[in-house]
Every structure is written in structure tokens, then in C-alpha cells.
Design a protein around this ligand. Structure first.
Ligand code: AGP
Length: 613
């Protein structure tokens, strides 16, 4: 979704803003622009299209100076066009704003401003903000107070940065609700603002994360954080440990491919420091889980969207089986509308790569409102889902740039396994032998991931055979049923091939009618408790002329003769099998999309971080 970068300091803002926006490209956008204060005048360059278009504009009409703000826009109000691209400048030409979010009361505010004679130059709701600020400036307020008044007037969730040619020593930014983050990066004699850490990580690791309803007055030498009501806040300064290099593509063709391969490392990092192999125990200190709390929990509601929700479905199996706590999964966009039964003995466990997904945050807020215990499993450190939780597990996946989530799917699978073992232990459900065996199995995981990834050349061959298909069914059962959903999501989001995940046992209740030679079936049939059922499912699909691609365990000699293609995995303890079975499906989707020549990392219509409802 939209991205923001701001700079104030002695350097020329233009290349800093362009580089920062480049690092946010993964969020998805349809137009881009920047504004820089040059010789006392605000200069804007903006247009629909990719950053290469913005760079062309700047090359043909260069701008330099400071401060400056840049923005990548994902259209909500008004189509992608130069006039709708940010930054938006006011009627005086002295104030400029960039904005993420939706001004929910935009129509009323626009009518009020129009009645005062304000003319609008775009179809966007964002433009309202700059006119409101100018309205308050014309009444004699300074920029800080004018901005504060404007921020108080707008409804909805927002991330905002603005600057004025008349007060060039500062930029003002604000976060209201959950429209993505607002981060202030602290430099030496210069400061930065961004919606996301990667945009400014090459300049500084010291960051302040604004909370909802906070604003910051950012100068070269100082940052003052206040509430929207004007009360000063002493901000916490976080030091980010990610290195900028790990956000680069390296030897891989696409970030998605790199991230699939990074799973050996992300799984290793997930276990590091949390698993005591000697004593067969798990530690999750950031969760703040005491034995007393573990025993008090009566129910867990896992929430998240898309891939994160599918990870939660695997978590349900693990928690119910190992900790015997009734667990359900409610997708983020539904939870708050279902009047859920939540109380102080219910845990709402949110899973989110970005930690900024609006629907997931809204689900957490519903949990908070009803007095539930809030936990989160989040990849982006310092994100809202981490901050508002009572306890959290950080994913250790590292920055994920490809829109299609891969390593941020397998990391929470392992996190939930750890959580299930810990809960089972603290509640006295797991006997020592079982607990030790479950923990010992984890030791195998990085090597199993690595051995599965080595089979990429074979998966690529299968992708060649499938690259022109138009539809595909993914079938799974039990703990691998969510992997069918996830495999189908991966294929549809990056290759634009229609794909559906289905619980294999449901086939005979309708979908089997779809099967013929044009409907390939990807069947998840590892050696797990549902193996025999999957064998008969594969036989039924074959009997109807379907092409079957099966994910099977090494040494299986029953299924391969029944199939058209086999994607094999090494033998894996079945409770951990989803971490491994999903890998060939990630690779398959990746190679099909790459062979079709598609923009794998930034698929059409999608954004990495979905910060609107
Ligand atoms: C994953 O491949 C998707 N792009 C999408 O479903 C994603 O998982 C979902 O939008 C949730 O994002 P989050 O993990 O950042 O909350």
C-alpha cells in the first residue's frame, strides 16, 4: 500500500527520497511523487506509474534541497494519475502533504472548505489535509498548531507528513489509528521519516515509532513527540538490527525466490535461543506467559488475513493437540463483525508479517475491547500488532519484500509449534517423554528445509509442464489442509491462474464435478495420519481424467505410479510436515509465474501491507 519517506538535513533530499521509495516498492503502488524545498519554493514532481517514471521527470527537470517528502500511492479515491499522485500542495503553494489512509469524513470536510472558496485539484481525500492546514495557518496559527488542528478534524486511520516553505526548519508527521506505521529515523544533524523501516535503514538504525494519535515535530537536530492534544511524550528509541543488505535481492532473480531460500536461516533463527534441546523445553520470554496464565486460558482465537490466517489454521491443530486448548481461527476482516464471544480467559492471537494489516489490528482491538488477552506473532519489529499485544513472538524471518509471503508463513508455523509445546508443558498436558520428543524433532527442521530446497530444479521442470494451465485444485487433509489453501493462494496471487484449495474429503460433495483433463489437482499426501485417505482421493481424481501432481514423502512407492508429477519431500515428523510440504508449492507457484514472465514480486492489484479495510 502507500509508502512515505521524508528527509530534513544538510544533504539534497531528492536521491534520499527516491532511494527510500525504491525500498518501499514491494508494498505495491500505482503512482509516485516527491516534493522538495528548493531555494525557498516547494517543487513537486509526480505522476502515475512506477518510480522509473518519477526518475525520468526528475532527470528532465531536476530538483534539489531540503526538507523533502516522497510518496508511493495505491489508489483509493480517484484513479492513478498525475493530479491524484502525492504530494498535494495547498492553494498558497507554501504547504505540501503526503498521506496514507482514508479520510472518512472527506465529503463533509470538502463541502465546508468548498463553501469557503477552496478549489480542489485532485479527486483524493488526502488533499483535504493540506487545505485544512492552510485554513488554520491563515487564522494565524503556526505550522505545528495548524497541523494539529487539521489532524484532530480528520476521521479514520492515517500516516501523514507535511512541510511548509514558510517554516523550513521542520517537518510534521503524525500517526492516527492503523494506516501503516510512521517511523522517525534519527541521524547526526539530519533526520528521516518513513512509513516502513527499510526506506531509511541505510541511513540510520535508531528509530522512534509513533503510536496512534501522536505527532512529531522533526528538525535537523531534534525530534519532539507529542500527543495530538499537545502533551509532550518521551519517545522510546529502538535500535534495528536488520542489515540493509538482507533487504537486497542478491544472487536471486526475484525477492520471492530469495525469500523461499532464506527459510533455512529463518527457521534456524526461529529456534535459536528459544529451544533448550538438552532439557527438552521451550522459552518464549516476550510472550509474558506464566504457568498461572497458561492454566487460566480457556480458549484461543487465532486471527490474521490471507497467508497469516492459513498459518493460524495449522496453529489450531498444534495447540489443540499439544495443549488441549479449544482453538479456532477467525479471519481478521470478519472477527469484529461477528460479535465474538471473548473474555479475560480468551486469548486473541494475531498473526501478521507486517504487523500493520488494518483488519488484523481491528480484530485485536475487538479483543482488547472485550477484555481478552492479546498475543501477536509478528515479523516487523515495533509494528502496531507487536506494540499493542500483551505478549508477542517475533518471527525472526527478516525483511520480506516479495508481496507473496513465504518465509513469513513458515516462521509462524514453527512459532506456533513452540507455543503449543510451551502451553502443553505449563498446563501439565504433555508428559516429559512426549515433550522431549517434540522438542528433539525441531532439531531436524533446518536440514529438512534445506534438503527440500535442493529439489528446486525438479520443481522447475514440473512448472514448465504446468505453466499454461488455466485452473488448478489443491487438496489436503488434516494438518496439511491449510497448506492446500496456501499453495492455491501462492499460485493465484503471482501467476493469475485460478486456483482453489479444498479439504480433500469435501471433493465428493461437489467439486469433483470439476475434474477432467483440464483441471490439474495438486494433492498433499505426505506420510501423516491422513495418508491413506489421500491415496483414495488421488485415485478418484485419476479415475475422472484429472492430472495429478502429488507432494509425497521420499520412499513412497504407492502414490508416484498413480500421478503425473511427483514433488517429493524428505521424511518429516508429521506435526512439522506443513513447514516442509509448503516449500514445493511455493517453488511451483514461483516458477510458473516466472515462466509466464510476470512481475513476481509485485503482482497486479496487490500490496504487501494492506493498511485499509
Ligand atoms: C500473502 O502471500 C499475501 N500477500 C497476503 O495474503 C498476506 O499474507 C495478508 O495480506 C496478511 O498480511 P500480514 O501478514 O502483513 O498481516
Amino acid at each position: 500500500m502507500c509508502g512515505i519517506v521524508g528527509y530534513i538535513g544538510p544533504r539534497n533530499a531528492t536521491p534520499i527520497l527516491l532511494n527510500g521509495l525504491k525500498r518501499l516498492e514491494y508494498r505495491g503502488y500505482d503512482s509516485a511523487g516527491l516534493a522538495v524545498l528548493q531555494n525557498g519554493k516547494i517543487e513537486i514532481r509526480r505522476d502515475a506509474g512506477k518510480l522509473s517514471r518519477l526518475t525520468e521527470l526528475i532527470n528532465s527537470d531536476p530538483i534539489q534541497g531540503s526538507p523533502g517528502v516522497g510518496h508511493t500511492r495505491w489508489a483509493t479515491h480517484g484513479p492513478p494519475s498525475a493530479r491524484n499522485a502525492h504530494p498535494h500542495i495547498g492553494a498558497t503553494g507554501r504547504v505540501v502533504v503526503v498521506h496514507n489512509g482514508i479520510v472518512e469524513n472527506f465529503l463533509e470536510l470538502r463541502e465546508e472548505l468548498a463553501a469557503e472558496g477552496v478549489e480542489f485539484n485532485s479527486d483524493t481525500d488526502s488533499e483535504i489535509i493540506v487545505h485544512l492546514v492552510e485554513h488554520h495557518l491563515s487564522a494565524g496559527l503556526d505550522l505545528t498548531e495548524a497541523a494539529r488542528r487539521a489532524f484532530q478534524q480528520i476521521q479514520g486511520a492515517h500516516g501523514i507528513v507535511l512541510l511548509s516553505a514558510d517554516e523550513p526548519d521542520k517537518m510534521i508527521c503524525a500517526r492516527i489509528g492503523n494506516a501503516g506505521g510512521v517511523v522517525v529515523g534519527l541521524g547526526e544533524g539530519e533526520n528521516f521519516i518513513a512509513s516502513d523501516i527499510p526506506a531509511i535503514l541505510e541511513h540510520t538504525r535508531r528509530m522512534i515509532f509513533l503510536e496512534s494519535r501522536q505527532m512529531a515535530i522533526v528538525r535537523r537536530e531534534s525530534v519532539r513527540v507529542e500527543t495530538l492534544e499537545g502533551e509532550e511524550v518521551k519517545p522510546q528509541i529502538h535500535t534495528i538490527s536488520w542489515d540493509a543488505i538482507s533487504a537486497e535481492k542478491g544472487e536471486y532473480r526475484h525477492f520471492m525466490q530469495k525469500e523461499i531460500h532464506e527459510q533455512v536461516r529463518s527457521i534456524t533463527d526461529t529456534l535459536a535461543g528459544r529451544v533448550d534441546f538438552q532439557n527438552g523445553r521451550v522459552r518464549l520470554p516476550e510472550l509474558n506467559l506464566t504457568p498461572d496464565l497458561a492454566r487460566r486460558i480457556e480458549r484461543i482465537v487465532i486471527t490474521g488475513c490471507g497467508t497469516a490466517a492459513y498459518a493460524g489454521m495449522v496453529g489450531k491443530y498444534l495447540i489443540e493437540r499439544l495443549a488441549r486448548i479449544p482453538t479456532e481461527v477467525v479471519i481478521g476482516s470478519e472477527l469484529r463483525y461477528s460479535d465474538p464471544i471473548l473474555n479475560e480467559r480468551t486469548v486473541v492471537l494475531a498473526i501478521s508479517q507486517s504487523g500493520e494489516t488494518a483488519d488484523t489490528l481491528a480484530a485485536m482491538e475487538e479483543g482488547r475491547r472485550k477484555g481478552a488477552i492479546l498475543w501477536s506473532i509478528v515479523n516487523v519489529i515495533g509494528s502496531q500488532a507487536m506494540r499493542i499485544a500483551d505478549g508477542s513472538i517475533s518471527m525472526q524471518a527478516g525483511p520480506e519484500i516479495g508481496v507473496a509471503s513465504t518465509k513469513a508463513f513458515t516462521a509462524p508455523l514453527v512459532d506456533q509449534y513452540l507455543l503449543a509445546v510451551l502451553l502443553g508443558d505449563l498446563r501439565g498436558v504433555l508428559d516429559e517423554t512426549t515433550r522431549r520428543a517434540l522438542v528433539a524433532d525441531l532439531r531436524l527442521l533446518p536440514d529438512l528445509v534445506s534438503r527440500t530446497l535442493e529439489r528446486e530444479p525438479h520443481v522447475e521442470k514440473v512448472a514448465h509442464a504446468l505453466k499454461d494451465i488455466r485452473n488448478c485444485l489443491y487438496l489436503g487433509r488434516g494438518i496439511n489442509m491449510p497448506i492446500a489453501y496456501e499453495g492455491a493462494l501462492k499460485l493465484k496471487e503471482i501467476s493469475y491462474i485460478h486456483a482453489e484449495g479444498y479439504p480433500a474429503g469435501e471433493m465428493k460433495h461437489g467439486p469433483i464435478a470439476l475434474i477432467d483433463e483440464t483441471m490439474p489437482v495438486v494433492a498433499l499426501a505426505p506420510r501423516d495420519p491422513w495418508y491413506e485417505k489421500m491415496v483414495s482421493q488421488i485415485q478418484q481424481a485419476k479415475a475422472r481424467g484429472g492430472k495429478v501432481i502429488a507432494v509425497v514423502t521420499d520412499g513412497d512407492d504407492l502414490i508416484p505410479p498413480l500421478c503425473d508429477h511427483v514433488l517429493s519431500i524428505p521424511a518429516t515428523p508429521w506435526l512439522l510436515s506443513p513447514v516442509i510440504t509448503v516449500i514445493p508449492l511455493q517453488l511451483l507457484a514461483y516458477h510458473i509465474a516466472a515462466l509466464r514472465g510476470l512481475d513476481v514480486d509485485q503482482p497486479r492489484n496487490l500490496a504487501k501491507s494492506v493498511t485499509v479495510e
